[in-house]
Design a protein around this ligand. Sequence first.
Ligand code: ATP
Ligand code: MG
Ligand code: MG
Length: 618
Amino acid sequence: QDHKPSNFLRQIIENDLAQGTYASRRWAGSPGDAAHHAKGEPDPAKIRTRFPPEPNGYLHVGHAKSICINFGLAKEYGGVCHLRFDDTNPEKEDTEYVNSIIDAVKWLGFDWAQLGQAQGAAASQDCGAAPYQASDYFDFMYRAAEALIEAGHAYVDEQSAEDMRANRGDFGKPGVDSPFRTRTVEQNRTRFREMRDGKLADGAAVLRAKIDMASPNINLRDPAIYRIRRATHHHTGDTWCIYPMYTFAHPIEDALEQITHSICTLEFEDQRPFYDWLMERLCECKLLAAPSPKQYEFARLNLTYVITSKRKLAQLVNEGKVSGWDDPRMPTIVGLRRRGYTPTSLRLFADRIGVTKSDSWIDYSTLEGCLREDLENTAHRAMAVLDPVKLVLTNWDEVMGAGHLEPCTQPALPPAPQGASQGPEEGSVPTRHFKIGKEVWIERDDFLEEPPKGYKRLYPPRAGADGQMLPGNKVRLKGGYVIECTGCTKDANGVISEVQATVIPDTKSGTPGSATVKASAAITWVGVSDGLQAEVRLYDRLFADAQPDAGGKDFLAALNPDSLKVVTAYVEPSLANVPAGAHFQFERHGYFVTDRVDHAGGKLVFNKITGLKDSWAK
Ligand code: ATP
Ligand code: MG
Ligand code: MG
């Protein structure tokens, strides 16, 4: 196991494990590891964490951080992480999102029934276990609410919404008791059952916890715990017309699943006292048993040039600013995947940014760096010409033979780094094959008629200081021959339509003559005879502003108009039959992936993931 730096969550967990805080827990019957254990046995999971998304949208890079933290910690400490759908809000949820969340977690390399793996037992037994869903606990939540009523800890409030808001008070201004706060247990029980039985209109009443209307923490001023909402739930249908509030439901979900460490983002810090209050009351009522789960908060991920609000991402999709949730410019997990980010790169990213308790912005280049690190030694190399202009070797037929095509080879992977224990065995590196002939495609900017000082690529003969003609520049066509530039042709608009050069025979790469002629640079190219046409999608950041929605800014105004440029490129013939979702390094250009959606049936479509070097700082 690799050594990860410690952080405050690891310290808390290690401390709990050392003290046996959760050692007395009995296994309560979790779907994920039912195969191994009987109810009432000590819980075999050393810790239990959970990732509890609301299935109301697609997950984004911030969720990936949370997934890596929760599943990662469980895996590391012999525990289990539950994937739980927090589906207590009937209106916004959909099974489309449920499925996309399951896909995202699996794709990132995690499983919600990991115990077998952690213990070295057969993990396969557990695969296919159903995730948890909060709506399975509606019955228990209802009973918990009645138990609070019986113990005098909850009341049905029928103030208008405005009165309730006004009477809640504010910072530095205590709240005012509701006139319904002194209802008897009997009255509350009757009224709550009437709420459940559909006798009251939506919004006519709420059940509130009875805590302290003067608390400095506004979340403790008798928070609402149940509301009336006639809405069909995607899982429980029309069984209920009252639904628990998130703040009430969430601690109960954790407790029923015997979660030990309930890890969430900082905005829930003020909810922690209510979480603890509820756990204590429900233990007193004997509905739950100690030890209770505990909530811990970490700073959410803020990534430069990215927004991570589901609502705003939905707006981009709905207003057609992007092609969908999986547009390669989207920070959604499906978008990142289609863009070419790998599970390894995202897990590496989560490790690298770490877990802290203070908000900060992470530079987007950190994410790109993780991708490069993953692909550097594993992505097959290829040559691609993204902005092609034709180069004609005018002496080819004469010196090489008319119509001759010379086979060339290059390794598909770089040599293993010095001293590396892994990497390809000597001689086992796959080889790319392509051919050079009279005509090749080169990058338009690899030729300049009037080169600035220091330019090392192709330029034609020109007059020297003494008026004598100097020869054109010599460069190597990578993996092929050294050539000498002789000139160019322009079209009616003055745009260069062809570059000319002569080939210097016997200088082919890998032959004894290759070192006899000095080339000032090596340029990438693709043969006209065997090059393949490809659509290449060049992506740039979606927003031009590093913090597009900070401080309530209009993030739509910050959209980068040049975030997508589609070009017709030529790529080498080794890419003829590559599958969708395959990663490559196009030499000199960066990392590319075949598009998961549009690359098919002989149509080559590549997405640019990122360049070879960090260019964001410029
Ligand atoms: P949004 O506010 O965009 O709708 P959310 O926080 O409501 O997102 P949930 O589905 O409730 O989305 O989130 C599931 C989990 O992911 C929560 O525990 C939440 O704290 C965590 N999470 C959400 N956004 C981030 C983020 N940017 N960084 C880290 N964790 C996050
Ligand atoms: Mg939420
Ligand atoms: Mg949120």
